[in-house]
Design a binder for this molecule. Sequence first.
Ligand SMILES: NC(=O)c1ccc[n+]([C@@H]2O[C@H](COP(=O)([O-])OP(=O)(O)OC[C@H]3O[C@@H](n4cnc5c(N)ncnc54)[C@H](OP(=O)(O)O)[C@@H]3O)[C@@H](O)[C@H]2O)c1
Length: 324
Amino acid sequence: MFTALLLEEKDKKTHASLQRLNEHQLTTGDVLVKVDYSTLNYKDALAITGKGKIVRQWPMVPGIDYAGTVLASDHPDYRIGDEVLLTGWGVGEQYWGGLAEKASAKGDWLIPLPPGMSAKRAMAIGTAGFTAMLSLMALEQAGVKPDQGPVLVTGATGGVGSVAVRLLAGAGFEVHAATGRPEHADWLTSLGAAAILSRSELDAEPAPLESQRWAAAIDSVGGRTLAKILSQTKMDGAVAACGLAGGVALNTTVMPFILRGVRLLGINSVYMPREKRIAAWQRLQRSLPLDFEDQAQVLTLEQSIAAAGDLLAGKLRGRVVIQP
Ligand SMILES: NC(=O)c1ccc[n+]([C@@H]2O[C@H](COP(=O)([O-])OP(=O)(O)OC[C@H]3O[C@@H](n4cnc5c(N)ncnc54)[C@H](OP(=O)(O)O)[C@@H]3O)[C@@H](O)[C@H]2O)c1
């Protein structure tokens, strides 16, 4: 038996509770994992609160990420005692996820924990940090360099945003952090932000082309903010679009693309191929400070229910890890 956070649909509403479950209910894959740490991402918060259509099968154990130790394996790459990491692949949406003491995974979805990385550190990074790294790598692949000017990060106090600020600053970029919570400005500066902007400055109707401000951007907000960023991006700049915290619609014009050669780069962390996944995680291990995981809040499975509401209400800062 093991304990899990279980989501059930009752009267078309999501009901979250801790339940004792039997291991034979874990049928997803060929590797059984003891979950040492999981985490709370935006998507998990939407699933737990029922505020987003994330769950595709009921009942569901949420948790799109976990890191832990192999308990049993029928997969040739994994043996008992191996330390592994999983993010994405529809886990916590379509397949039972990591907010539990145990989980079953397809071995092909797992990667070994990068050398030197603890399970707690991996989950302090989580899908949010992984997405920040994929966004940075996409900008670099598009040819963006630190001497081309400031790089904007939106939703800067959030999971993706705060890791993006750190990673960009560490890679030598001048980072401008946009936030709706100016009370965290000193914290963002400590992460490496050179300037702080108000969220409302960007959440406004854009002209087709505005003054050129950004060499590049990592945007976790979407909506009107993304349209504004595009209209302010410099000639040949690039924008990594990875989130929708502010909305899903994108009402823009082709002007930034055809008159300034701006590139809009979509980021999807969920189905990232294994080779790129491993490279991104190894770079995360090298790039983030040794005490990175000490700054994450550690919560229990039970506390994750209330924390999901807090995350969506913008009451959390940075990253949260869950210790089942
Ligand atoms: N593409 C992918 O593979 C991928 C992977 C992970 C996450 N995501 C997406 O990225 C986004 C951020 O995820 P996260 O885990 O970083 O969530 P998070 O920790 O909740 O951060 C989101 C941040 O966005 C800002 N924000 C919140 N509501 C807003 C609003 N109405 N308008 C403008 N800004 C708002 C807040 O930052 P400030 O208070 O500092 O403004 C908040 O901290 C989510 O939409 C998530 O679904 C995508």
